[in-house]
Design a protein around this ligand. Structure first.
Ligand code: GTP
Length: 717
């Protein structure tokens, strides 16, 4: 039975849903809202009020075809059946606005059947071709051609082609159909359709469309502030925010949402509000590169410190330009020249000295130099020519996310392309939802957010992770499918082995051409060893693959080393140092390969062998049994025979043996002979007696324990 939605009926009859609903109420017909469907009987009743003249045409199927003919030319002209991009509109109703019921198909099929019948010569016996049923639902995952769809619908390709023509689409049987057209056609045949998302289709890359260069516009740079502990990162972030954000906004409350924007000379800059390279790199380890420029804060009275170097390495690994903010210039003992000098060692050479790095002297505390820093950031951002397409589907990265008791999952998103709107359907990491509300960095509700803008959103099904990426989908169903498939994939991947680089699969990856450079993080007990190791490793070159040292440091392996390694897909080498507890945990969860060594040449040997695919197998000892020596016999030419009783496991002829006396290992060697009575045997099991001789060892005494062991090859971890 044909049905249609109230709003469709209202539109068709140039009235409002409200009026239709009211009339239905008058008729004592209960409906929920404008999305409710009404049956053909109800439509007939509605027609009496809203379309009295056309009542018979509109309410019955009998005139349907005739009406279609009358209406079609007009439609073709005004293209009312086609969407903006020339594709047919998703939902299409018949000329009366009614969805074509399956019943209608059946009628048509009947008519066609008759036609066929008439064409046949009268003399031929009538062959009743079995008519295949039209399925009530079809599913598909890959792009369908016209003939694929015909097959699924149990129709002839010509029928599909005709239907497409009637919709204004010319196609041949091998033509690919886009999802909208498949849905539309299925709708026409009264068949429900669902596109299954196969797990491989969960990458956002598959859905990101190339931007039309004409749509690209300038976007604000995204800036991260990094540097050594106490050099003034937080003070600088606050200083920038207070001088710029609250300026001119009397009483404006700046809300902490993980990032904020400031305006300088009419141009915006976006600052990530989480100082430090750990946040920066953990985001990168999730595949998100949001930072366009790094500000390296170095205290003028303290100079380059270990975390300054780490920050430099992190920024370099991410290939992000660095501006140096020489802070605390107000302090006694401030020595900016020393900072410049020290930084030249890390290839950060000031422009004044012929280099390319911008240095800004400042005091975050006294709010001095902030404007120059912003000006320089603007300059670099112009050089970088940062652009985005506000018309694209919104895409970006999660900066922060947490569960709020009242609001549910809350996430701060940084838009990297496109414009995000309230009520957009969005997939975020492995979750999805609809944007219920958006708040900007000033705590104001907004309806839309463009590129480089941070916004806090609610409406997600669960809490994503910082560094997760998000993408808006045109409809909620698709977002749900992709979101659910991503979640499933994520669970599967977590179960399976990680794809991170490890010494053991180096050769495999090199062989498959997946690896041209091996990234390494070195931590050592003293700077000298770290440097020596680094330079030796850099000299290794196997089949054009070389080693790149992305960071060296002194001291225990820290969590930040692991995060850096994880983000850069690197191996960590500890030389005379060990990972601390947090680093151990991080290495486990991030699946980073940490190698601990005490001798330089062993490190070189291991890496070189791994690259050549010649890593020696690793063996582990396994004790297989124990026997107690109960009697000994001295036989010339043979030596001492130990008359023994197997107390545990078994003793085998080819196992290794250890002789233990009073808990102390006296000897370790091989079994020479193993006998039961006079016969040589391969093994003797528990609770049996046996005679054992040990190769090159005769000092066996009553009461000694013989421990049998084998060496088993184990998989490297
Ligand atoms: N004299 C002077 N002190 C400063 C300046 N900038 C920061 N400080 C002080 O230095 C100390 C550390 O500053 P923070 O901003 O907390 O440094 P940070 O780099 O964020 O430190 P962590 O968050 O611990 O890594 C604070 O006591 C600040 O007041 C400056 O320009 N001049």
């Amino acid at each position: 039975m044909s049905k249609m939605r109230i709003y469709e009926y209202a539109k068709q009859n140039k009235t409002t849903s409200k009026e239709v609903i009211q009339h239905l109420k008058d008729l004592n017909i209960d409906v929920k809202n404008h999305m409710s469907t009404v049956s053909i009987e109800t439509i007939v009743k509605l027609d009496e009020k809203f379309a009295p003249k056309q009542q018979s045409n509109k309410s019955t199927n009998s005139n349907h075809n005739q009406q279609q003919h009358q209406n079609r030319p007009n439609q073709a002209k005004n293209g009312s059946n086609r969407g903006k991009n020339g594709k047919p509109n998703r939902k299409r109703n018949d000329q009366n606005g009614r969805r074509n019921p399956q019943q209608q198909n059946k009628n048509k099929k009947h008519q066609n059947g008759n036609k066929r019948h008439h064409n046949k010569s009268a003399s031929k016996p009538q062959q009743q071709k079995p008519v295949k049923e039209t399925p009530s639902k079809i599913t598909y995952s890959d792009t369908l051609t016209v003939s694929d769809l015909a097959g699924k619908l149990n129709k002839g390709t010509s029928e599909i082609i005709k239907k497409l023509m009637s919709l204004g689409v010319m196609a041949n049987k091998n033509q690919d159909l886009d999802d909208d057209t498949v849905e539309l056609l299925c709708d026409e045949f009264g068949v429900e359709v669902e596109k299954e998302i196969i797990l491989e289709d969960t990458d956002f890359d598959k859905y990101l469309k190339e931007d039309n260069p004409a749509d690209l516009v300038e976007r604000p740079a995204v800036v991260t502030i990094m540097g050594h502990v106490d050099h003034g990162k937080t003070t600088l972030l606050d200083a920038i925010r207070h001088t710029k954000v609250t300026e001119g906004e009397a009483g404006g409350i700046t809300q902490h949402i993980g990032a904020y924007q400031v305006e300088n000379d009419g141009k915006k800059l976006t600052f990530l509000d989480t100082p430090g390279h750990a946040a920066f790199t953990s985001m990168r380890s999730r595949g998100a590169q949001v930072t366009d420029i790094a500000v390296l804060v170095v205290a003028a009275d303290d100079g380059v410190m270990p975390q300054t170097v780490e920050a430099i390495n992190h920024a370099k690994a991410a290939d992000v330009p660095i501006i140096v903010a020489v802070n605390k210039m107000d302090k006694e003992g401030a020595n900016p020249d020393r900072v410049m000098q020290e930084l030249t060692e890390y290839e950060l050479v000031p422009e004044d000295w012929g280099g390319k790095t911008i240095f800004v002297n400042m005091s975050a505390f006294k709010l001095e130099g902030i404007d120059s820093l912003l000006e320089m950031l603007q300059l670099v951002s112009e050089i970088e020519e940062l652009k985005a397409n506000p018309k694209a589907a919104a895409f970006g990265t999660v900066i922060e996310a947490q569960l709020d008791k009242g609001k549910g999952p809350v996430a701060t998103l940084l838009l990297q392309n496109g414009t995000l709107h309230v009520s957009d359907s969005v997939v975020v990491g492995n979750t999805f939802g609809r944007v219920r509300a958006m708040v900007n960095d000033e705590g104001r509700r907004v309806q839309a957010a463009g590129p480089s803008t941070p916004v806090e959103i609610t409406g997600l099904n669960s809490v994503p992770q910082a560094g997760d990426q998000f993408l808006v989908f045109s409809d909620e169903k698709k977002a749900r499918q992709v979101g659910e498939a991503r979640e499933e994939k994520h669970i599967r991947e977590n179960r399976s082995e990680s794809s991170k680089v490890s010494i053991d699969d180096l050769f495999e990856q090199i062989k498959q051409g997946e690896m041209k450079e091996i990234n390494v993080v070195i931590k050592a007990d003293v700077q000298g060893s770290a440097e020596a190791l680094a330079s030796s490793l850099e000299k290794i070159d196997v089949e054009g693959v070389n080693i790149k040292i992305i960071h060296t440091g002194v001291g225990a392996i820290k969590e930040s080393d692991i995060i850096l390694a994880s983000a850069s897909n690197a191996i960590v080498i500890g030389f005379n140092v060990r990972p601390d507890t947090n680093a151990k945990k991080a290495a486990e969860s991030e699946k980073v390969d940490v190698r601990l060594h005490r001798v330089i040449y062993k490190v070189i040997e291991e890496i070189e062998s791994a690259m050549k695919g010649m890593l020696d197998p690793v063996y582990q000892e396994k004790v297989i049994g124990q026997a107690e020596v109960r009697e000994t016999f001295k036989v010339s030419k043979i030596g001492t025979i130990a008359g023994s009783y197997v107390t545990d496991g078994k003793i085998t002829r080819d196992s290794g043996v250890r002789l233990i006396r009073d808990g102390v290992v006296q000897f370790e060697g091989e079994i020479d002979t193993l006998k039961r009575f006079k016969d040589d045997v391969k093994e003797v099991a528990k609770n049996y007696e046996c005679g054992v001789t040990i190769k090159n060892f005769n000092d066996i005494k009553e009461g000694d324990i013989l421990e049998a062991f084998v060496m088993e090859e184990i998989e490297r971890t």
